[in-house]
Design a protein around this ligand. Sequence first.
Ligand SMILES: [Zn+2]
Length: 121
Amino acid sequence: MQCGAAIVGRSDKRYCSDPCRHQANNAVKQQKQNDSRINQINAALRKNRSILKQLSPQGKTTIPRQYLALAGFDFRYLTQLYTTQKGNAYHLCYDYGYLLLPEEKVLIVNWQPYMDKMELG
Ligand SMILES: [Zn+2]
């Protein structure tokens, strides 16, 4: 069943040996942990995006960084990093993003198509 070895014994036996069964159980457990992490990060990204959208319904907005934190923004997660030639790093969550500004402020922006262009060479 698991490793391909022939199974000897009861007809409902699913694994050839205890190590084989443990390995299979561990694989299921690992898969669940991975799925849970993916779901958790996806949820955080969606929340980040909705916070950015809520705080900046139209175009660019400058606000204190704390507004994001208070709304539950999770700064660890982003979908894309866009760095301008001047070195400004836009942290994007799908179609919204922010740039950290001095004095604990952030500039919220809408994603722009040029942010997806690959830098070649
Ligand atoms: Zn086996």
